[in-house]
Write a protein that binds this ligand. Structure first.
Ligand code: GLU
Length: 425
């Protein structure tokens, strides 16, 4: 047993949390006097494990395990999504919550970091079962969430409808309609314009900023995307609309490649009919493990963590890796990419567009005054471009990889607040 780990984790199940801790270790030497507070980032503030009993359509009762981890609240309430996936575990949710702390601080949003999840394959549930699951989970975590405490949002396999059920359940339990308790809601009930595409748009904005620095052209840039969910789909459309070519797409069904470009709008419409990616006629099928070695300029992993590993990092030819997913690259794989001259745009910056527009949604809910989509997109562009500029400068000045630079900027903000607030009692 690793003595650095909390007693509720065993070595063999730490996965992403170990990766997060390693990233924290890499920033420690660059924090100056604030390094004395760094252990605060190695310990999630609060981990709630809940039992979620669900009456299934056939009358049987099943129990699912749910989590809500509040990693840090030094700079504001917890903030982060909720994922439904069969591989969700406590250490995974802890890592995702830790990354939210860093991401929110990297963009200077007034939030701490949190994340939630339920270990379940939502594809196996009917819509009515999914609703009962969501409502019971919301009710169980109701003791720790709230517009001033911790604000959930969509993540892998959750969407606007799930947020609508969460908002309704919380509101009924507290006896007042409370739109600000979740973000990523449908626009018709207090959601924000621009939120749906915000994470993918953010990937594009951060990639565009980096390409300007690196002297790479967006026009004709060849982009390979892993994952065609909320993030990958929106990113593909926005890159395409700005002249880039989507040359490869991989999802759970398999991998498609077309060196002349795949139209992401047509592909999205094709998949929306329920068809499999592999049946899309305007691209060639290739083996999944060939994806990483495909000839492209930009690689956009937008699925799950732990995808770029020492097993495939050496094959990657892209100049730019844009982390649409959280934690897609292991620290050892990142070392290989950097040694090969690639630039890695870290998740805490590259996919921060979603939570940035979540913040705009929360501000709009608090003031009951709504902004135009143009206003949202302009503010998003400004927020991300400013964050990019600051992090890039730290990276150049201190000769650090962009991830470490992002962690320096973000962790300094969190630990400064931590030091000023002090330890109670
Ligand atoms: N789940 C998204 C993320 O990982 C969005 C979180 C949010 O909007 O609170 O950043």
């Amino acid at each position: 047993m690793n003595s650095q780990l909390p007693s509720y984790l065993h070595d063999e199940q730490v996965g992403p949390w170990a990766m997060y801790l390693e990233q924290i270790e890499r920033v420690r030497p660059h924090l100056g006097r604030l390094a004395t507070w760094i252990d605060t980032l190695r310990h999630p503030k609060r981990c709630l494990i809940v039992d979620v009993p669900v009456r299934m359509d056939d009358g049987s009762l099943r129990h699912f395990e749910g989590y809500r981890v509040q990693h840090n609240a030094s700079r504001g309430p917890g903030k982060g999504g909720v994922r439904y996936h069969p591989q969700v575990t406590l250490p995974e949710v802890m890592a995702l919550a830790g990354w939210m702390t860093v991401k929110n601080a990297a963009i200077n949003l007034p939030y701490g970091g949190a994340k939630g999840g339920i270990r379940i394959d939502p594809g196996q549930l009917s819509l009515a079962e999914l609703e009962r699951l969501t409502r019971r989970y919301t009710s169980e975590i109701g003791i720790v969430i709230g517009p001033d405490r911790d604000i959930p949002a969509p993540d892998v396999n959750t969407n606007e409808q799930v947020m609508a059920w969460m908002m309704d359940t919380y509101s009924i339990n507290v006896g007042a309609t409370s739109p600000g308790v979740v973000t990523g809601k449908p626009v018709s009930m207090g959601g924000s314009l621009g939120r749906r595409d915000a994470t993918g748009r953010g990937c594009f904005i951060i990639a565009r900023c980096a390409m300007e620095k690196l002297g790479l052209q967006m026009e004709g840039a060849r982009v390979a995307i892993q994952g065609f969910g909320n993030v990958g789909n929106a990113a593909a459309r926005i890159f395409h609309a700005h002249g880039a070519q989507i040359v490869a797409v991989q999802d759970v069904a398999g991998t498609l490649y077309n060196p002349r470009g795949i139209d992401p709008v047509a592909l999205g419409e094709f998949l929306a009919t329920g068809a499999s990616l592999l049946d899309y006629p305007y691209a060639e099928r290739v083996a999944n493990d060939e994806f990483w070695g495909l000839d492209c300029d930009v690689m956009l992993p937008a699925a799950l963590e732990n995808q770029i590993t020492t097993a495939n990092a050496g094959a990657i030819r892209a100049r730019l890796i844009v982390e649409g997913a959280n934690g897609p690259t292991t620290p050892q794989a990142e070392d290989i990419l950097l040694a090969n001259g690639a630039t890695v745009l870290p998740d805490v910056l590259a996919n921060a567009g979603g939570v940035t527009v979540s913040y705009f949604e929360w501000v709009q809910n608090a003031s009951s005054y709504f902004w135009t989509e143009q206003d949202i997109n302009e503010r998003l562009d400004r927020a991300l471009a400013d964050a990019f500029r600051g992090i890039w400068q730290v990276s150049v000045d201190r000769k650090l990889p962009l991830r470490t630079a992002a962690f320096v900027v973000a962790c300094s903000r969190v630990l400064e607040a931590r030091a000023l607030r002090g330890v109670y009692p």
